[in-house]
Design a protein around this ligand. Sequence first.
Ligand code: IMP
Length: 173
Amino acid sequence: MASPKIEVLIPHDEIQARIAALGAQITADYQGRSIVLVGVLKGSFIFLADLVRHIDLPVRIEFIGTKSYEGTTTSGQVQLTKDLDKPIQEEDVLLVEDIIDTGLTLNYLQHVMSQRAPRSLKIASFLDKPSRRRIAVEGDYIGFTIEDKFVIGYGLDFDQRYRNLKDLCILVP
Ligand code: IMP
């Protein structure tokens, strides 16, 4: 079987510059406060690691895990695979996602997190694919808005592979 062709969509340097700007914006917006960054496993781990180093505030890091199912109906189901280690009550929480695609995961996590009574809840996502939305959700801090293409690298996988690519890439069939 021929190996798939990989094309760069957003190069590493461009990603780094955009993340530095996002970190500066977050630092300014939360000035004088501390925040809890909640990374959504697994896709956000590289974005979170880079972003947090551009945030000049006291931060705590938590992780949460989800998986989604496609049922026989059109609506996908989302389930927690890993919960937070510590409560987030009365905290300023920034949920850190790899990509907002259909929006089902984010919609589910917004409900789960809101029930934990944080002081505030905002969303940072490395990528946004608005053309694929099945439910109306929006991020507060978006790295890049992309077209309807399946992307890999910089934390994102295809069948658990390619997360370690430095650039954001497209898998060409
Ligand atoms: P949702 O469809 O917005 O619920 O996104 C669920 C998850 O699907 C995301 O957090 C990603 O991990 C994954 N996903 C969606 N689109 C892509 C893609 O283009 N490449 C890799 N993973 C993706």
